[in-house]
Design a protein around this ligand. Structure first.
Ligand SMILES: Cc1cc2nc3c(=O)[nH]c(=O)nc-3n(C[C@H](O)[C@H](O)[C@H](O)COP(=O)(O)OP(=O)(O)OC[C@H]3O[C@@H](n4cnc5c(N)ncnc54)[C@H](O)[C@@H]3O)c2cc1C
Length: 493
């Protein structure tokens, strides 16, 4: 019965419980009356969030009508005025709480990486009335030292096997290409993303050629500009490449497209989070923030956040016992220099071996790596780099494909975490079927950066309208983990 409800529920019924649906609810009513906090902002904390305890916090930045500096200035100005009319010298009856997070927020987003910020952006952009929705982004590490967003390779492609992934990338590319239409700030110089659309080149061996052909059909149906290339065409276009072992290649260009689709379904409501408790630096205590919706955008750590909300804590085989299958998986990125390497026309090349590379800048530098075999996954306990991995697993493939790379020199290397979905290596988007006000924007397993603009929009649409509008991401709902229905993406790097 519950399986049937979940299947039927992949649309406005099940999803129709977003902010629009909660407008009459008590949490929002209370929050709106509380004052003190408007608009969205980033609240940097250097510790965890839970959904239970409480305490004080660090500086809170309000990005609404006042800048942070203005805000602090105004608070101390008012404090001074009140103190000057009160007897008692230095004694202050007022406690300055501007360093604390707000007590109420309509939406609390856990994780201030690209996905969390994208959800925040779209919520504010799509809200019906300016200032209607209060959004709090909680980020535990304002240096982003381990965030996948800053440690990624920054590749953008349309070559996926699932239509939803292709649509997500097409929408996001459009966003990035026209970033100043979305994110420009009056009187500020235009943003320069250093967006360099040089395309992706997937190489397939004899074995993978048929799959590649099928994938390209799907990609074209979705509006992606992808062409198939024979080894001979490859040699002509990219004379620096050795095409031995390559039967077929798919070459994708960056273009634009937009699809409209809406899903239908039923409503299931069982449990909700009322407060997020923000633990702050140098304190064992937590500050409660009352909210209507919590977005789990904690990337590689989102499995842990789901656990904190009780997700997966039930008998195995039940919906209650179904975990969010997202875990940190360590991936290395190497940066090398090679004076004789491929020129500016070089796309991001994905070799059949799994090794990949792309040019970085103008000075014959290249970035690349390779995902390890499942049985050789490195310990995710730290972000140390394994330099032997490059020597043994990456370089031989690179040098075989591009003979000039025989003489490359590695200059730098780092490691980051894939927000790896062990179920089907794909994103998890939308609400949880039982913890009804926890929404996900996570699990993109190595392609989350490029899809973040579209994912943020999709999550905001579900919250505001109760259903997906621009791209139907029903196959990416959490319920698939319980139903055993994989949204298997075959083009994973
Ligand atoms: C080596 C590497 C290469 C990649 N290459 C590409 C690529 O070429 N193209 C592509 O599209 N994608 C790529 N990716 C994947 C992409 O980087 C991620 O999918 C994407 O950045 C995920 O964004 P996020 O916001 O979910 O995660 P993050 O950027 O990791 O942000 C999550 C944030 O949550 C915070 N957080 C965690 N727990 C808590 C808590 N309890 N309280 C508060 N905050 C918390 C963390 O501090 C973190 O800042 C790559 C990833 C890696 C590691």
């Amino acid at each position: 019965m519950i399986r049937r409800a979940l299947r039927l529920g992949l649309g406005p019924g099940l999803l129709g419980r977003g902010l629009g649906a909660h407008r009459e609810g008590s949490t929002l009513g209370k929050a709106e009356g509380s004052g003190g906090y408007r608009g969205s902002g980033v609240f940097p904390i250097s510790s965890d969030v839970t959904f239970r305890t409480r305490g004080p916090g660090p500086r809170w930045e309000d990005s609404g009508s006042l800048g942070a500096g203005d805000w602090h200035g105004k608070v101390s100005e008012i404090k001074k005025k009140i103190q000057s009319v009160l007897p008692g010298g230095a004694w202050s009856p007022l406690c300055d709480t501007s360093h604390l997070p707000p007590e109420h927020s309509d939406v609390v987003i856990v994780g201030g990486g690209v996905l969390g910020l994208s959800v925040a952006y779209w919520l504010k952009r799509l809200e019906k009335r300016q200032g209607a929705i209060r959004v709090l982004v909680v980020e535990r590490d304002h240096t982003y030292s381990q965030a996948s967003t800053v440690l990624s390779v920054g590749g953008i492609r349309q070559q996926f096997s699932l239509p939803e992934n292709i649509q997500l990338s097409l929408f996001s590319v459009e966003f990035l290409r026209n970033i100043n239409e979305y994110l420009a700030v009056v009187d500020d110089p235009p943003l320069d993303l250093q967006f360099n659309p040089s395309g992706y080149l997937f190489l397939a061996s004899e074995e993978g050629a048929t799959i590649m052909e099928n994938n390209v059909k799907v990609q074209r149906q979705q509006g992606a500009k992808v062409c198939l290339m024979s080894p001979e065409q490859l040699r002509k276009k990219f004379p620096w490449m050795n095409t031995e072992g390559v039967a077929l290649a798919s070459y994708g260009f960056v273009s634009s497209s937009n699809h409209m689709e809406t899903a239908i379904g039923e409503k299931v409501t069982l449990k909700r989070i009322h407060e997020v408790h923000v633990k702050v630096d140098h304190s064992q205590e937590y500050q409660p923030v009352e909210c209507s919706i919590v977005v789990n955008a904690a990337g590689a750590w989102s499995g842990r956040i789901a656990e904190l909300a009780g997700i997966g804590k039930g008998p195995s085989g039940t919906l209650q016992g179904t975990k969010l299958p997202v875990e940190p998986r360590k991936r290395y990125v190497y940066l090398w220099h090679c004076p004789q390497g491929p020129g500016l026309e070089a796309p991001l090349v994905a070799d059949p071996s799994g090794a990949y590379f792309r040019r970085e800048g103008l000075s014959n530098n290249y970035l690349g790596g390779c995902s390890p075999a499942e049985e050789e996954e490195p310990d995710p306990g730290n972000l140390e780099v394994d330099h032997d991995f490059f020597q043994e697993k990456v370089w031989p493939h690179l040098a075989q494909r591009v003979p000039a790379f025989e003489t490359l020199k590695v200059r730098r290397a780092w490691a980051g975490y894939y927000d790896y979905n062990t179920f089907d290596q794909n994103g998890v988007v939308g609400p949880h079927p039982l913890v009804v006000n926890m929404y996900f924007a996570t699990g993109f397993s190595g392609h989350g950066l490029q899809q973040a603009p579209a994912v943020g929009r999709a999550v905001a649409e579900v919250m505001l309208e109760g259903h997906f509008q621009t791209i139907n991401l029903s196959p990416f709902l959490f319920s698939r983990f319980y139903l055993g229905e994989k949204a298997q993406e075959h083009c994973i790097i």
